[in-house]
Design a protein around this ligand. Structure first.
Ligand SMILES: CC(C)(COP(=O)(O)OP(=O)(O)OC[C@H]1O[C@@H](n2cnc3c(N)ncnc32)[C@H](O)[C@@H]1OP(=O)(O)O)[C@@H](O)C(=O)NCCC(=O)NCCS
Length: 166
């Protein structure tokens, strides 16, 4: 079965030993992490991400990738429906943003998901993350619904769920 490969990015499947490698990518930009997640980055966020799956999910459907010092991708097969794949995270380090790499990653992700039988790629983007929203709009993602997510401090974050038909 086709594996995820992106030219110019040394992506590999994350193993249980990759908590620190994931953490190093996130540590590059804690402010953006906090914007995405609504909570501050913690020192063991990489470790915490390793077993993280959607509600009712199983680790076998999780596809977590890391490129040393460059990128983390957290993808889940079959949520919330069997043919929908959920992109929980795409995070590039600051130095390599805005040069077309994210666009290429999304194209490769779409091909990867299609090759595994997925028919749509879904994700949630916080309304405040206008740059990411422009990025997804340009790639052809369509708005599915909006919701509010509770923050640890008791507030609410507006979240737009978007989907790309494959
Ligand atoms: C969002 C992201 C994956 C896009 O990848 P990229 O390689 O920067 O994007 P590309 O160069 O292919 O496309 C550029 C577009 O990405 C968007 N973008 C989002 N964040 C950006 C950033 N920090 N710097 C530059 N462009 C960014 C913009 O819409 C930009 O288009 P514009 O120049 O018209 O504003 C990447 O910027 C990133 O990891 N950002 C931080 C984490 C994040 O917000 N992830 C998405 C969560 S839903």
């Amino acid at each position: 079965m086709a594996e995820l490969a992106v030219e110019g990015l040394a992506l590999r499947r994350a193993t249980t030993a990759d908590g620190p490698a994931i953490q190093a990518v996130l540590d590059d930009d804690p402010a953006t992490w906090e914007l995405l997640e609504g909570a501050p980055l913690v020192p063991n966020e990489g470790e915490l991400m390793l077993p993280l799956v959607p509600p009712g999910g199983t680790i076998a459907n999780k596809h977590l990738f890391v490129a040393e010092g460059a990128c983390v991708i957290d993808l889940y097969a079959g949520y919330p429906q069997p043919h929908i794949w959920y992109l929980g995270l795409i995070f590039l380090t600051r130095a390599i943003r805005g040069e077309g790499l994210g666009t290429r990653v999304l194209a490769c992700l779409a091909a990867f998901v299609r090759a595994h039988g997925g028919t749509a790629l879904r994700l949630g983007v916080v309304a405040e993350n206008a740059a990411a929203r422009r990025f997804y709009d340009r790639l052809g993602f369509r708005h599915v619904f909006s919701k509010q997510r509770p923050t640890p401090s008791g507030g609410l974050t507006d979240l737009d769920v978007l989907e790309l038909a494959l």
